[in-house]
Design a protein around this ligand. Sequence first.
Ligand SMILES: C[S@@+](CC[C@H](N)C(=O)[O-])C[C@H]1O[C@@H](n2cnc3c(N)ncnc32)[C@H](O)[C@@H]1O
Length: 267
Amino acid sequence: MPTTPDPTRPMRPEDIERERSDWRAFYSKWEGTPGAELLEGFTEGGRLQEEEFRDLFRRHGHFEGKRVLEVGFGIGVLARLLRDEFPVASYVGIELTEASVANIQSESFPDSFRFEVCPAEEVGDRFPPKCFDIAVLHAVAHHFVDPATCFRSIAKVTRELLALEPNRSHPFRRYLERKVNALPNQPVETSYTLREWRGFLSAPGRQVRFSFTPYRLLPANVLNWRGLRWVPRPLIHWALKLDRRLVRVPPLRRFSYYLLLRAVYED
Ligand SMILES: C[S@@+](CC[C@H](N)C(=O)[O-])C[C@H]1O[C@@H](n2cnc3c(N)ncnc32)[C@H](O)[C@@H]1O
């Protein structure tokens, strides 16, 4: 059973190995499947979530003309968005496993796009200092076994960082997530407070800004839950619409925002 890592504890090789083997198993199931098809295999809840984070990238990314590093490209949603909609100068996506690289490479990308196996912990030694304008992470940092080491390593190679994370800072949400994460076969997922995020990202010469954008009350794993298969689709759509309205109500927003972490690293 995975334990929730303690952010103050030094990185342990067995945690890292467990994290990698979880993701290896996940992507190997799909090996050779193009990212877009892999996405189709996801549930309704997964696809809606994808639209939402595409929207966040459109509004907050400012990727045009930049050399972009994506840490944890997963099934390639952002890579495809950049290929299709933003004239980036170049893109390098890194991931933990060969299987995820094999999946994305079964699609066609311009020569300025590269995908590599490289854990975030090692990116600082793999690439020349400050060779990227922006590093972007979506729903990745809460999987880091040792976030401080990962962010230090990323900061070596980029001038700016944008990380998007579901809200994990509210004590009730944290409590729920710790319970869910205690279930067997969960990948490493850790909740952090804003203060902890700031601690991982900030050091002399770095500016860190948080912003929040309304998201949804129902976490994706609730909508993806197999037990909801019997619910008619129109009802799910209606529930989602209501959910999006409810998140705009101030007291409920506390449970429902998406956190955007932006850090600027000076030379
Ligand atoms: C929830 S998925 C998100 C994937 C993708 N960013 C997306 O939004 O669809 C988290 C991803 O982070 C990757 N990951 C976890 N720890 C990592 C690390 N130390 N270095 C690089 N990638 C990592 C995992 O392999 C996984 O693909």
